[in-house]
Write a protein that binds this ligand. Structure first.
Ligand SMILES: Cc1cc2nc3c(=O)[nH]c(=O)nc-3n(C[C@H](O)[C@H](O)[C@H](O)COP(=O)(O)O)c2cc1C
Length: 355
């Protein structure tokens, strides 16, 4: 039995373990597995077309009765900047030559979609029990429509100020994302990510600052991390990296291989893959072009120019140009089926917390 039932009751789940939505790495199978173990399954929608979202939700609804978290990015799409785009392609030109890629033939692309009219309609039609946002919240008119469906709304905060802002804008719970977290920082009130607190410092300060329940995220890969999060006042945890090696995850071979060799001191925040800071394992492009490049176009426009390099390298079995997203606790992850992992983590954390 969990002493703190706030998130369990809010979401109607049995275990306070939320699968982190992981665009590109998590689909229906991972969501179903975590849901079946009593946690909260999530479907990341940022890299899916409307049709793909509908298909994935359909599969999840067929296979589990558990509640579902649909996750969206809500960045403001930047104005394309031709000079910066050119500087970025120039910065990558030696790699294009190495892989015989014609840089003139690389299409510009957005890479990741923000929540908009079309995705809002999907929420209205599919009625997920929970909708989560990364990079702030969508404009009020869209948010109102999400709320009108009855969905609980949650979002990531990387600082106390962001947590307060999200609470003031009506979030039902706040995800406190510490600097250890794998993948993109949810940062949205400012640009400077160098001053961002880690999970241990952030969670209790957010707990003190807002009335709504707090979900701890970042660097939680085993039961000790879950128990610690509860001791800091969190009512649930959101876990990403620990699930990346599960067979149900969509994690590619190069990423899986890198995760097997992960070390505590081998991840970094980098903007070279998308234009926004995200934590991943250091590989060739991060080492040579980043970790932070002033040439990288604004999120998500940096993505398109790197994509052909990634494809070419992966085709040769190399992760040199792949985003190897991972949090700082990656070595603690136990590769196993996601339902099994969720049950083990919940059981062990309850023992540590003395039930
Ligand atoms: C591979 C990967 C992809 C991610 N993609 C998303 C995403 O699409 N939406 C989102 O809200 N968070 C995303 N995140 C961040 C997670 O929600 C969460 O903050 C993070 O995984 C927690 O830290 P941990 O990885 O140490 O468990 C991603 C994280 C990873 C590792």
């Amino acid at each position: 039995m969990w002493h703190d039932r706030r998130i369990l009751d809010l979401f109607d789940i049995e275990q306070p373990i939320l699968l982190a939505p992981m665009a590109g790495s998590g689909g229906a199978e991972l969501a179903i597995a975590v849901s079946e173990a009593g946690g909260l399954g999530a479907l990341p929608c940022a890299m899916l077309s409307p049709e793909q979202i509908r298909t994935e939700v359909g599969i999840i609804r067929q296979r589990t009765n558990g509640p579902l978290n649909l996750n969206f990015f809500c960045h403001r799409p930047p104005k394309p900047d031709a000079a910066r785009e050119e500087a970025w392609r120039n910065r990558l030109s030696s790699y294009y030559a190495e892989y015989s890629i014609d840089s003139g033939a690389i299409p510009a692309g957005v890479g990741r979609n923000p929540f908009n009219e079309e995705t809002c309609e999907i929420v209205e039609e599919q009625r997920p029990e929970i909708v989560s946002f990364h990079f702030g919240l969508p404009k009020e008119s869209l948010l109102e429509r999400v709320r009108a469906t009855g969905a609980k709304v949650i979002a990531s905060a990387t600082t106390v100020a962001e947590a307060r802002w999200l609470a003031e804008h009506g979030c039902d719970a706040i995800i406190a994302q510490g600097a250890e977290a794998g993948g993109h920082r949810g940062i949205f009130l400012e640009e400077d990510f160098s001053t961002q607190p880690g999970t241990m410092a952030l969670v209790p300060q957010v707990v003190d600052a807002v009335e709504v329940p707090v979900i701890a995220a970042g660097g939680i890969c085993d039961a000790r991390g879950i128990a610690a999060a509860f001791m800091l006042g969190a009512a649930a945890v959101q876990i990403g990296t620990a699930y990346l090696q599960s067979p149900e995850a969509l994690t590619g071979p190069a990423h899986r291989e890198a995760l097997t060799n992960a070390r505590d001191d081998r991840t970094v925040l980098t903007n070279v893959f998308t234009g926004r800071p995200a934590r991943g394992l250091i590989n060739r492009i991060v080492r040579e072009v980043g970790p932070v490049s002033a040439d990288a176009p604004a999120f998500p426009l940096a993505t398109a120019a790197v994509m052909p390099l990634r494809k070419a390298a992966e085709g040769m079995g190399s992760g040199d140009f792949s985003p190897l997203w991972a949090g700082q606790a990656a070595p603690l992850a136990r590769p196993m089926p996601a339902a099994h992992l969720t049950r083990e983590l919940a059981e062990e954390a309850q023992v540590l917390l003395g039930r």
